[in-house]
Write a protein that binds this ligand. Sequence first.
Ligand code: ADP
Ligand code: TZD
Length: 576
Amino acid sequence: MTIAHAPEIVENLAAADRELTDGSHLVVDALKLNDVRTIYGLVGIPITDLARIAQASGIRYIGFRHESDAVHAAAAAGFLTKKPGVCLTVSGPGFLNGLVALANATTNCFPVVQISGSSDRHIVDLKRGDYEELDQMTAAERFAKAAYRVDRAEDVGRGIARAIRTAVSGRPGGVYLDIPAAVLGEVIDADKGAKSLWRVVDPAPRQLPAPEAVNRAITLLEGARRPLVVLGKGAAYAQADKQIRQFIESTGLPFLPMSMAKGLLPDDHPQSVAAARSLALREADVVMLVGARLNWLLGHGEAPQWNPDAKFIQVDIQASEFDSNQPIAAPLVGDIGSVIDELTKRNHGRIMAPSRWRNELSARSADNVAKMAQRLSADPHPMQFYGALRAIRDVVHTYPQAYIVNEGANTLDFARNVIDMRVPRHRLDSGTWGIMGIGMGYAIGAAVESGAPVVAIEGDSAFGFSGMELETICRYQLPIVVVVFNNGGVYKGDEVNAGSADPAPTVLMPGARYDLLIEAFGGKGYSVTTPTELTAALGEALASGGPALIDCVIDPSAGTESGHLTNLNPKGLGQN
Ligand code: ADP
Ligand code: TZD
């Protein structure tokens, strides 16, 4: 006997038989389809299951203690791999915690996608008051390269594709992708879901410069008496290492690496003018900027730091960057690999740096290197920055694949000059904003992406911004050695408050033992007071391959207010 069902019951039975999927699974499937192997994040409502599903699917999930650090880690991954790093946060405050790092990534031109869950639209939009209520997309719009929202599960694939494409094409940057809880939980037919996903083809297509633009640049360089190439972190990011090196070496052009471009050509390369920076900027008559902006880090290209008659060539993927500070006599828009290829192809031996200029720069470099060697060899007690950095430099040289992460004021300025780099994209630091707090996030991103050792050289104040990630470092047993330059303060630790018993604004806890922090999580702590002890501790820590923190006690009176940026403090009637 057959049982006759009402039509709606028949339909329900059929639905139960069909395979189903939901928004969270679709997010994971779309990321996998686009080769995303790691998600950096911090879970909670509504994205905990999403992280579990990702992990179960074979994506590595790295869980953090603060969203900012997770997004910094993803940004480091983006810079190092030329693919967008992906990070995951909860709604409202979790999203906002990540947003600083997303904005920082955008400022640095690093590709990253921040995916945040969000609260119910019908409550948020009428401001009825929801758990972690915030109009996240509108908030992100102002600080990211782009912000998108997925409103239906069937659009998850489109949203992920759009986010990846936007993050990595043209000038890279941070993209925010908003996925409301309702979409993560929306159940749809699995077959329909699978068909809605796609793989982004050629996410950052090559962009070739026009022939006449290339010729214009060659003509300028050919006629230069004192040419200079400035390599920025865009050049490092472009992964055109061989072409850049071949162009520089075949033309004999002197080059100046910006801090995160150090190692693109080795710092001890005979054409590097890092040690003759002031002379090079003041005298150069034709300057070719490659993936470097003429922003505050280059004094906006202004005299007297620069030759007022200098002519600029600029290679950049973003045409609106040209003329932002100085007239650009030869703009070359395109991706750096393609532009350098075209310059090499059309040069036919015309560009040749005059030997007189090269000799002048070499002589100045030699002078300055000798002066630096003297400063580095002094061994004052208590220990000062140079003695400590000399010790680190010598140990790190025996680990050529080690990554350096660096933040602080004096710690950053001195380390940038002392720790020379020999491999491209192995230095990550405070970057364009001069931000504190990138330390542990960048270190974790570099260690996870590369598996290589990381040495994070941190001012004690700078370290405090992300210090809780020591637990993350220990939980995942990452090969990270943190060296805290402990001079007991922001910039320095000897300021006295004349007005009350409270510590002065720049003072931190004297005698703090940062090494004890990592021991709470099972890592290895060291406390050192001399370069010899530092050498031994760093050598042992790197050899062990496990997490370690070296509390490196520096003279509290060492360092200057704001490091090399003292002149940026407003003068006013203040005491300093
Ligand atoms: P630095 O701080 O090292 O001087 P900036 O961050 O100021 O470097 O400059 C990086 C520049 O590189 C940005 O203007 C960005 O648009 C550009 N850029 C990034 N990637 C590429 C690329 N693949 N090709 C060309 N330009 C790029
Ligand atoms: N907050 C953020 C997010 N970024 C900043 N750059 C600052 C505050 C201001 N700031 C600097 O510019 S450097 C610095 C702060 C707080 C710390 C300097 O002290 P340090 O390093 O201990 O890290 P040194 O080597 O002792 O100078």
